[in-house]
Design a binder for this molecule. Structure first.
Ligand SMILES: CC(C)(COP(=O)(O)OP(=O)(O)OC[C@H]1O[C@@H](n2cnc3c(N)ncnc32)[C@H](O)[C@@H]1OP(=O)(O)O)[C@@H](O)C(=O)NCCC(=O)NCCS
Length: 164
């Protein structure tokens, strides 16, 4: 568990209720549409099991407001993968998403900063859609620098590289 000035970050649990998450069309617009809350939480837990890292649940006053944390990608295909499978081609992404009623209060930046401080990896990237200005702003505030553009199976993405 990680704590910041305003937030708690913890690992996902089977009883986490992500109904508000799948209903938030503004969030889904940027990260892909999910319909089943149970499927989402299972996926997040699986990432932790596979790689020992994954997305943290972000809580404000004990309530779920989003996620911040890690996905391992295979840079040959830009599909989610594992360190075992992708090997030297693996990239560790720091990602963030906050329920839309809570946008604009610095929560994504605060949560991402805590997750980044916690992880022990030399190279951390963020994949951000070229039109996602809010997310670009978070990356800038975190001191990340924009690098090359890649094609993921769903969309183009700029590879932002974080300071270490
Ligand atoms: C991106 C996201 C996580 C930002 O969350 P947040 O808690 O609002 O982020 P912060 O408050 O820390 O920072 C947002 C910044 O974007 C700025 N911003 C807000 N709307 C903006 C706009 N339309 N254009 C440009 N910048 C904008 C804010 O002013 C703020 O910057 P500032 O602190 O310099 O004022 C949130 O919008 C979200 O969940 N979006 C959908 C999911 C997503 O895109 N995730 C990232 C995938 S790469």
């Amino acid at each position: 568990m990680l704590t910041t000035e305003r937030l708690v970050l913890r690992k996902p649990r089977p009883d986490d209720d992500l109904t508000a998450w799948v209903a938030d069309t503004e969030v889904q617009e940027w990260i892909g549409v999910d319909h089943d809350p149970a499927e989402v939480i299972e996926r997040w837990m699986r990432r932790w099991e596979l790689n020992g890292i994954g997305p943290f649940i972000v809580e404000l006053d004990g309530r779920f407001i989003g996620r911040a944390g890690f996905i391992v990608w295979d840079s040959r295909t830009w599909e989610p993968s594992s360190y075992d499978v992708a090997g030297e081609h693996s990239e560790t992404e720091l990602g963030w998403a906050i329920l839309s009623p809570h946008w604009g209060q610095g929560y994504a930046t605060e949560a991402a900063q805590a997750a980044r401080d916690w992880i022990e990896r030399d190279r951390i990237i963020s994949l951000i859609h070229p039109a996602n200005v809010r997310s670009q702003r978070v990356a800038e505030k975190l001191g990340a620098h924009i690098g090359r553009r890649v094609e993921t199976p769903n969309a183009p993405a700029d590879v932002w590289v974080h300071p270490r």
